[in-house]
Every structure is written in C-alpha cells, then in structure tokens.
Design a binder for this molecule. Sequence first.
Ligand code: PEP
Ligand code: MG
Length: 575
Amino acid sequence: MIKGNGASGGIGIGHILLVKEQKVVFERHRVRDVEKELSKLRRAVEEFVCTTEALAQKLEDEAGAAEAAILRGHILILKDPVLTGEIEKLIRSGECAEAAVEQICNMFISVFSARSDELTQQRAADLEDLKIRLIRHLLGMGDVRLSALPPQTIIVAKELTPSMTAAMDKKNVAGFITEQGGETSHCAIIARACEIPAILGAEGILRLVHNEQMAVMDGSTGEIILSPDEAVRNAFLEKKQQYDRRMELLKTYRGQPTLDADGRQLSVLCNIGNVEDIDKAINGDGEGIGLFRTEFLYMDRKKSPSETEQFEAYRAAALKMAGKPVVIRTLDIGGDKDVPYMELKEEDNPFLGQRAVRYCMMHPDILRQQLRTILKASAFGDVRIMVPMIADMTELRFVRKALEEAKQELRESGETFNEEILLGVMIETPSACLIADLLAKEADFFSIGTNDLIQYTMAADRGNADVSYLYSVFKPSVLRAIRHVIRCAEAAGIPVELCGEAAANPLMTPVLLSFGLKLFSVSPSSVLTIRKEISQYTRGEADRITAAVMEMTDSDSIKDFLCKESSKSAYHNPV
Ligand code: PEP
Ligand code: MG
C-alpha cells in the first residue's frame, strides 16, 4: 500500500494514465525583425486568452465560479502590463519570444517560490502553468490534450496544473494522484468541487506505476493499492457504494435550513483558518463563519501581515458571507502554535504560559492593531470578535477597553465600523467554565472550545499520545463542563456556540442538542453531516439518550452507548 495525503474524498477504482511533465523544447535565437516577433507574441497571447476563457467556462459549468476564477486569474496575470512590458522589452533587445517569456516568467517564479506562505507559492505554480502554455502557443503546439480519456481513468502525475485539470473529460476520471501539491493546491480545490477523489503528495508514485495498471484509492485516507487482487477490489467497490450513497443522502441537506426532528431551527457554521477557506465554507454550505482562526495569517511567513493584508482577509470573509455571521478570533499564538518572528518567550509549560489573550495583553499594540482591522471589516458584514483562552474577568475587561480605544482611534480618523460590534469569549479553561455565570454578564456571547477545554479540564496535553486515554470529550467531567456553560449562557440570555472538534462528532449531536446548544461550528466538510445528524433527533429523544449518558461513569461506556444509539437511527449510514 502507498500512502499520500487525502485531498478530496471518495473511492477511485480504475486504470492508471501517467501524465508526463510538459517539457517544451525550443531553440533560443536572436531576432532581427523585432516587430514580427512582437506580433507573434501578441497572437500567442490572444490565443492563450481565448482558450483559457473557454477552459474557464467549462470549469465554471463543471465545478463553479470560484474554481473558474483560478483560470481567469491566469488571464489577468498575463494582461499585467509589468509582466508583458518586461517580456516585450527583452524581445526588443533581440531575444526570441519563447526565451523572453521563459526568462521573465522564471524571474517572477523564483521571487514567489522564495516566499514561505502557501498562497504566494501557489502563485508561482500558476505562473509556471502559464509560462509552459504560452510557450506552447508560441511554438504552435496548443494545449496538452486530456479531453478524450477512457472511462475509469486514474490520472497519475508529478503535478497537475489548473489548465490540465480543467481540460480533462471529468466524467471519465476516477481519481487524481500526484507526487506534489498540498491540500490547498488548485488541483485539490478543483477535485473537491468536481467530487473527484484525489490524493496528493504520494511520494515516489511515478516510479511505481505504469500505464493501464489497475489501482484503487481512497481520497479520504490517502490509501493507494496498485494491482489489487479480487478481494481488495471488491472491498473497495463496497466502500465506494457506501460512500456514494452517503454523499447522495447528504446532498439533500444542501441549501436547507438546519432543523431538528421537532422542526426547531439551529445553525451549522464553519471554522476557517485563511482566506481560501472562505470559499470552502460557502461550498460546504456553512451558515456563517463560527471561528476564523486568525493566527494562521501570521504563521509560515517571516513578518506579520500588514494592517491592509489583515483587513483584506477579514473584509473578504464579511463580504463573501453576505450578512451571515463572521466570528473573528483574536490571535491565539503560543502553546503549540509558534510564530518565530513574534518572539514568544521560551517557557517550561507553553500551554500554561503566554498563550492567546495573555500574549495579546503583553503586546497591546498587536492587539489594538488587530481590533482596528476587525472593526474596519465590520462595515462590510455581520462581523463579531471573540477572545481565546479567557481564564479571568480582567482579561475580558482588558480586551473590552482595548476595543473601545481602537474604536476611538477609528472615529478620529473618520473610518466607518459597527459601533455595536459583539465581543464574545471562548470557554476553553476550567476557570472560564466555573465563572461562566459572571462572564456571561460582560460577554456578548460564548464559544466553547472543547479542544482546549478537554486538555485543561483533564490536565492532559492535547498532542501527547501517552495521555490520550484522558483526552476525550466523552469524559463525564467534560460533558458536565459543557452543560454548565450552556446553562449559564441560557440563564443570561446570550448566544452560545461550540467550535471545538466535538461539534463535528456525530456521536455528540444528541447530547449537545439535549444540553440546549443551537450553534454548531465545524470544518466546512462536516456541515452537511452535522445538519443531517441534527435532523434525526427530537428533543425528547436527545434528552432520553443524554439522561442515560449523564448517569454513566466512564468515557468508554458513554462512547459505546452513543455508538449504539447512533446506529439505531433510520438514516445511519456507516462509512
Ligand atoms: C478549541 O480549543 O476548541 C478551539 C476551537 O481552538 P483551537 O483548536 O484553535 O485551539
Ligand atoms: Mg483553543
């Protein structure tokens, strides 16, 4: 078995087609007739724009407007006067068009590749795709043809460019496997939008496979089995049927309100970590953003994002969510999230040290800058602010004061923002849980972060396998903590959401419903699953299950019981 990174769910069964690297060979030469060479370039650019627009239209029909925008972005890059101006300058100096395109594109590619953030690196990949295609057009070769594929083809390549992926006859594609590319690469995005199983980062796969070889793959787990025997083929066929049935069922929940079996309305929102995730939340049918983990904007780079860059990210979320709630969490660095340039102190117990709001209180300028940018974005939608790792009332008051100062600064500079912006707190520490009644008097809403609440309640590091027997949401103490927080919020009349992984665990759904939770925030791929799960329970049924759970004394019995209850459900469809 070979393992890669599962980037788009589903089971693929088919025969391999190896797509070789698109090497283009040309002879570099000096040109005498510069005008003739320039018009050759312009013709190739025109052809490129025409074919790319046609591919983008095809992709828009198959996958959606957001995916087509990737290719339309290539047209915009090519129309950028800086890029074309530099290419033309080289041609005027006597360079042939192919070499001029190659040199200038390579120059930009090396600048973009040197940056460590994934978004800029993706731009380098886009430019590489554009370069090869433009040179092919200059040489009269046109685009690589992948439009006529035999049925059930598993495409294996070093890397798949957006244009190749767009051109494919997707109804005959059973899956994509590539050696390179991450979860956010364009190939992964297009595969998910077209519901094609994809595994990326399968190192060494090109050396192991040959054309027409039979293979099976699981796009969720990243498993690939080459030349499977009959038993494996049958097992994957069964998995595929189960997966496809489940997906068909989930699709019926798309675009629907989230209702429990009594018809009571709830909401399933999304957790996101960067700008690209906003589209995932929309495609996943989230009813808003319940958690925007802003620290990811600061990670994997050499210096802080500028105020403009932060603002663009928050505004994009507000605009794209079109009036639905967008809960932006202030920086949660520290613990296991190191940001080298932010000079976090070496600490013996980083999870108990200057993490999240504690770091922000030690660096009030960073906090105020972030609050200002969030406030500015609040003019574009229903933006709310949430503070992580609160353990003490003084921390909430500190942030409230910083928020008022940030508002004053904006008023003085004449900026528009929502004066009534909501300020909520995450309940992630036992202390916050125990003073939830007090916090509820000063916070506008609660968000329960079970990922941390479990680790701090159980005093068990969330990443330490040796104590993982303690790290479970099914622990009686954790369940009581969650119930207590929801009760306190209800008593004070403020909303409470749950944005830890527990919200996406279908076994927890009846328990959370019985506790009175109405707002679930989960990763985009879990929205429909949880909406479906919620629809199965009446409040009476959820209360019956939860009453039994709350009598139990250990997490294993609770989990087993919830598994049995869940499998009784009419819709249950194990995968
Ligand atoms: C949590 O702790 O549950 C949470 C959502 O925050 P994070 O996982 O980012 O710490
Ligand atoms: Mg947390």
